[in-house]
Design a protein around this ligand. Structure first.
Ligand SMILES: Cc1ncc(COP(=O)(O)O)c(C=O)c1O
Length: 387
């Protein structure tokens, strides 16, 4: 079965994990710090905290920024649920901004219009969660400008864009956003099985995340231990268990060594799809603007299906040929939970809804072979010709 994404594990990954299994530390050992150092270096961040998954990273980001009931946080509907659910975890209220039809990221003009409107009604918008959808960076220069103008914080849900560049800079994410989150789920550009990280250049945010990822426990100083006993620890605020293991960090360190070659291959695959699907107006290929370095976690192709059910038939047909495509994403505001609890409805975000009707995520991963790429291309073209 050819899937839309897949991890690549080689013998050096296996050796790294095996080494940890034979060591004294399975979790919270020396590799936590080592993985954090490597990530800091690669992504140009002053601080990094590795955690158990990308959702936990987003939850901790919101907590570290002090989100609470009454706060409004804006995000876009074309992202994974976690980008919006993290707002609910802290009791704050989510609201959406439609996507830009050209890059599928949050629409910057609509964001500014909404901020103006909410400000005049004295509603308290405190932050924006912006996803670099599919691996294509948002317009971070403009986002930064708007955030400073309206005094709001920026979270870059960077889970798709691990290894992307913006104006030739792979440390763009921490430069423009206050907090950056990663996921190392197997379909992402590098994997630790489950895993994630919070990256930032802000010391306070980082310290808060470090405490909250492990129950809110503060490690006692040597002096306190001597005074109160060697077993002493203290909890002053409510935290969680979002710890990651040394086993996962060993895999992460080994995977990070391969990130450049993973992305290089993904770009090669994307060029083949671009070339094959740009000739027919039934398709729309993802556009990458000058100065943007797409990391191709996904290759979102838009297809003009001409009947309501055609996309469903298309998926079934490809599945029967052992090609398992995916759709990213069902717009978050259309999920029953969001409709029921927040009153969102069909038609609220027309660009996102139209994108959803057309979007198909094509297979794109390091080990995808040339003959498999062309099998996917041919099956798609044959299906659409038959109709
Ligand atoms: C944009 C985005 N944000 C957050 C997450 C959550 O990451 P995780 O699955 O590691 O919790 C994902 C993962 O699919 C994602 O794609």
């Amino acid at each position: 079965m050819i899937s839309y994404g897949k991890q690549f594990i080689d013998s050096s990954d296996i050796a790294a994990v095996r080494k940890v299994l034979r060591s004294n530390w399975l979790t919270q050992g020396p590799l936590i710090n080592k993985f954090e150092l490597k990530l800091k270096k690669y992504f140009g961040a002053k601080y990094c905290s590795v955690v158990s998954n990308g959702t936990g990273a987003l939850h901790l980001a919101g907590l570290a920024l002090g989100w609470k009931k009454g706060d409004i946080i804006l995000t876009s509907p074309i992202s994974f649920l976690a980008s919006s659910n993290c707002i609910l975890y802290s009791g704050a209220t989510p609201d959406f901004i439609d996507i830009d039809k050209n890059n599928y990221n949050i629409d910057i003009n609509k964001l500014e219009q909404k901020l103006k409107k909410l400000k005049s009604s004295s509603k308290k918008v405190v932050a924006v969660v912006a996803t670099d959808y599919a691996g294509n960076p948002c317009n971070w220069k403009d986002l930064r400008h708007i955030a400073s103008k309206y005094n709001i914080k920026l979270i870059n849900d960077n889970c798709h864009a691990i290894g992307a560049t913006y104006y030739n800079d792979k440390s763009y994410a921490v430069k423009y956003a206050d907090v950056v989150t990663h996921s190392y789920h197997p379909v992402k550009n590098i994997t630790t099985g489950e895993g994630g990280a919070v990256l930032t250049n802000n010391k306070e945010i980082s310290e808060k995340v470090n405490v909250l990822r492990s129950h809110g426990i503060i490690k006692s100083s040597k002096a306190t231990l001597l005074k109160k006993g060697l077993w002493h620890y203290e909890m002053n605020e409510l935290g969680y268990n979002y710890r990651i293991t040394d086993i996962q960090c060993a895999l992460g360190i080994s995977q990070l060594k391969k990130i450049n070659k993973f992305i290089k291959r993904k770009k090669e695959i994307a060029r083949i799809y671009d070339e094959q699907f740009s000739r027919d107006s039934i398709f729309k290929i993802p556009k990458v603007e000058k100065n943007y370095g797409h990391a191709y976690h996904l290759y979102p192709l838009q297809i003009n299906f001409n009947q309501e059910n055609e996309k469903r038939f298309f998926f079934n047909e490809l599945y029967s040929s052992k090609i398992k495509l995916q759709v990213h994403y069902i717009p978050i505001h259309l999920q029953p939970y969001y409709r029921k609890n927040y009153g969102f409805k069909r038609g609220d975000y027309p660009v996102a809804e139209n994108f959803y009707k057309k979007e198909v995520s094509l297979p794109i991963y390091f080990s995808l072979k040339k003959n498999e790429i062309y099998r996917v291309i041919n099956k798609i073209k044959i299906f659409l010709r038959k109709k």
